[in-house]
Design a protein. Structure first.
Length: 124
């Protein structure tokens, strides 16, 4: 699955929020100023052709829906980020957050607690 560009991602974010929408509803969900209907329609058709979006027909009008879940796309995008920027190292990723993003010790402790609980759940 390829990474989406900025316009495509904005449209997918709108569809993930709306679940099902006509082009005008997608446009209303985008950041102002609104892009032209023709631009959004073109991007939607492209995304549909690539399998990111599906549609239902209502005469000559289409209502679109995500064919790829936000979770699936996020997982693939995150895998790419980890491989490309952190050499697939969770330690490098966490070090980045501590150094650059100023994640607090308390937030890291909470994350470790979640990991421990998940490990306990997985071993049962």
């Amino acid at each position: 699955m390829r990474r989406l560009n900025e316009k495509e991602e904005a449209i997918m974010q709108a569809l993930w929020r709306l679940e099902r929408a006509f082009v005008k509803e997608i446009i209303a969900e985008l950041e102002p100023p609104p892009p032209p209907v023709t631009t959004v329609s073109s991007v939607v058709r492209k995304l549909e052709g690539e399998g990111f979006i599906g549609h239902e027909s209502f005469g000559k009008t289409y209502r679109y829906f995500p064919a790829v879940s936000k979770e699936e796309y996020r997982s693939r995008a995150f895998q790419h980020l980890m491989q490309s920027y952190f050499e697939s190292s969770a330690e490098a990723l966490l070090s980045h957050f501590v150094r650059e993003e100023e994640v607090s010790y308390g937030e890291l402790e909470a994350l470790l607690d979640k990991i421990k609980k998940q490990e306990d759940h997985d071993t049962q």
